[in-house]
Structure formats: structure tokens, C-alpha cells
Design a binder for this molecule. Structure first.
Ligand SMILES: Cc1ncc(COP(=O)(O)O)c(C=O)c1O
Length: 357
């Protein structure tokens, strides 16, 4: 079975050396030396100030809201993975959906201001499929209305905007390092925080709110990453350029072959691409279903990212409707892209699409 992605595994001996180190020290979790090394290396690699590693990307979002004391309403996008929305609801924050731009697939900043009320405390945009949001426009709106901005940057590892990491924008950016991601730590995630005091608060929050052996000033949780996960991250960081290069080759080929048949996501011209996904938009859901079925029959499993649109979730009250997001989510499919995906497979995928459109 060819899935939409395949987990990249590093050199086994290299990983084994870290495992030996862990067994020698006996330090397997709780802010260990390997985790600290990964935080330092990531900060340097990405060009950001504070990296707070956590156990997954969902909890990274939740910690971000708690670090910034977000409450009431947050304006967010309906076109994302469900965790963007569910993390808000779990923290008693009501998601207010601003519809997306049908070309960039990101939250359209033009739709934000009309949704702001005295209850709004934050904007939670997503750099969908690694495509950078209109960060400057969003920043201006946030400043004008005194709102916090938390970017769900789960897909945006290594993306640069005007030569700087996109993760420097907003009050906090969060990442997912799940095994399916471009850069991963098996399970994992991170918060990128410019402000040192806020970064310190986030560090307390991921460790039960404990400040020291005598003081627990915050309501925290357990969101720590362990040493085995951090070791995986160190191994993969060494290989990240070759991983991106291999994925780029697949995507460039898909684009050349499919450009007259389907629509592609319009990329932010001020930003770099990280080749983490390859979404294609069909003319209709019927066309998508036909292609999907034909691919499934050949044991190829593309994914309907993101479907359904999050404004249709049954646990969100009051009901909201974002027409563009609903329409796109019915017509979009992510094609398989991963390190060293064989050419004969992506040629087969292209041929199947051509035969079914
Ligand atoms: C946009 C987005 N946000 C959040 C998450 C949650 O990350 P995790 O799976 O690490 O909890 C994901 C995961 O795929 C995602 O795609």
C-alpha cells in the first residue's frame, strides 16, 4: 500500500548511539541532555529564540493558549486538521471561523475584522500545507484590536518569510513533530516563543505548573518530550536538506504533469516552500471521488486533507458556515509525497489521474 506519506527513518546505528547514551546515563525523560541539545540545535537551525519541546502538536497549541491566557473567542480557519479547532474547544475558547482564500487556502485576513467582538482575544491562523499566511496583514489587525496571535505552524517547519523563519511571527508559533511530518520526533511538537518570560511560563506549564520544589504558581499539565524522541529529532535534523530535496523532485514532477488538469495551492511569493504536502484541487467532488477510487484500486492511498471543513463539526455552537472552505474541502486531495518515493509510483499516480479526469 502506498500511503500519502511514509515516515522517514534515519540511520539505525546513529540512533543506536543515542540509545546507548541514554542507557548509560539512565536519564530518559524530564528535560534531559538530549532534549536540551535538540532545543539548542533547532533554535540555531530555524533562526528562532526559544524552542520549548513538547509531547505533540496538539498539546503545543493548548499550552500556547494557556501561556497567553486566551479566553472567550478566537478567530481561526475552518480549513485545517481538526486539532486546530478541538484544542480551542478543550480550553473553553469558542472558535469563530473566518473563511479562507480559495487560492492560498489560508485564512483570508480580509475576513477577520468583521468577526471581532469584545469577547475576541486571539487569532489562530494556520500556514496550511506549509504555505505562509499573510503575516503582516494579520499582525496589523492584531495590533489594532489588541489581540494575541498564535500560529498553528504544524506544517511550516523550515519555511522562511522574507529570509527569516516564519516561526518568528505572532506571539507564539506551534509545530507538530508527528511521525508523518517533514521533520519528526516520532511524536512531538514545539512552541516557538520570542518573549523570554513567556517561554519560561510555558516551561512551567508543560511540567505540571511547577516552578521549583516549593512553588506551583500555575495550573499546568504534563506535556514533556522524552529523550528517545529527542534523539530521533537529532538524527533527522542531520538529514533534513536531503529529505526536502527528494520531496521537491517528486512535487516538481507532479506539477509539470498535472498543471492543465487540476488546480494547485497558490504559494506566498515572499516565502520559501518546504515540500511537506502536495494538495490538488479537482473541478468537483465527483471527479475527486472517481480519481480516489481508481488510485485505491491500485493500492494507492491519497488523503482527503482537510475534510470535512471544521465549521461543520457537530460540537461547535453556534453553527457557522464558511462557503469557500466547505467547497474546497470537498474537492481537495493530497497526493503521496515522501523521501525517495519511487518514480514509477508517482508516474503511475499521474497516469491514473490523467485517465480519470
Ligand atoms: C495543522 C495541524 N495542527 C495540529 C496538528 C496536531 O499535531 P499532533 O498530531 O502532533 O498532535 C496537526 C497534526 O497533524 C496539524 O496538521
Amino acid at each position: 500500500m502506498i500511503n500519502v506519506t511514509k515516515t522517514y527513518l534515519p540511520n539505525k546505528e546513529k540512533y543506536q548511539k543515542y540509545v546507548d547514551e541514554i542507557f548509560e546515563s539512565g536519564w530518559i525523560t524530564n528535560n534531559g541532555p538530549i532534549l536540551k541539545k535538540l532545543e539548542r540545535r533547532l533554535a540555531e537551525h530555524l533562526g528562532v529564540k526559544n524552542v520549548v519541546l513538547v509531547s505533540n502538536g496538539t498539546v503545543a497549541l493548548e499550552i500556547a493558549y494557556r501561556t497567553l491566557d486566551i479566553e472567550g473567542f478566537a478567530i481561526t480557519t475552518p480549513f485545517s486538521f481538526v486539532a486546530t479547532t478541538s484544542s480551542l474547544v478543550t480550553n473553553n475558547i469558542l472558535p469563530i471561523f473566518a473563511d479562507i482564500d480559495k487560492k492560498t487556502l489560508n485564512l483570508n485576513p480580509k475576513n477577520i475584522e468583521k468577526l471581532i467582538t469584545p469577547n475576541t482575544s486571539a487569532i489562530v491562523p494556520v500556514h496550511v500545507f506549509g504555505n505562509a499566511c499573510e503575516v503582516e496583514e494579520i499582525e496589523q489587525i492584531a495590533k489594532k484590536h489588541n489581540l494575541k496571535v498564535i500560529y498553528d505552524a504544524a506544517h511550516a517547519f523550515d519555511v522562511k518569510y522574507k529570509d527569516k523563519s516564519i516561526l518568528n511571527y505572532g506571539d507564539i508559533s506551534t509545530l507538530s513533530f508527528h511521525a508523518t511530518k517533514l521533520f519528526h520526533t516520532i511524536e512531538g511538537g514545539a512552541l516557538i516563543i520570542n518573549d523570554d518570560e513567556l517561554a519560561q511560563k510555558a516551561r512551567y506549564l508543560i511540567n505540571f505548573g511547577i516552578q521549583n520544589s516549593e512553588s506551583i504558581p500555575h495550573l499546568g499539565t504534563n506535556a514533556k518530550m522524552n529523550e528517545f524522541e529527542a534523539a530521533m529529532g537529532l538524527c533527522i535534523l542531520d538529514d533534513i536538506e536531503k529529505i526536502k530535496q527528494s520531496r521537491k523532485e517528486v512535487i516538481v514532477y507532479y506539477q509539470k504533469e498535472l498543471e492543465s488538469l487540476v488546480e494547485f495551492q497558490e504559494q506566498n511569493q515572499n516565502a520559501t516552500e518546504n515540500y511537506s504536502y502536495f494538495p490538488v484541487v479537482f473541478k468537483s467532488e465527483t471527479e475527486l471521488l472517481k480519481v480516489q477510487k481508481a488510485l485505491n484500486e491500485k493500492d494507492i492511498n491519497p488523503r482527503r486533507y482537510f475534510y470535512p471543513s471544521l465549521d461543520t463539526l457537530n460540537y461547535i455552537e453556534p453553527k457557522q458556515e464558511c462557503k469557500i472552505s466547505r467547497d474546497i474541502s470537498k474537492r481537495i486531495l493530497c497526493l503521496p509525497v515522501y523521501f525517495e518515493l519511487e518514480k514509477e509510483i508517482y508516474e503511475k499516480i499521474i497516469k491514473t489521474i490523467k485517465e480519470n479526469i
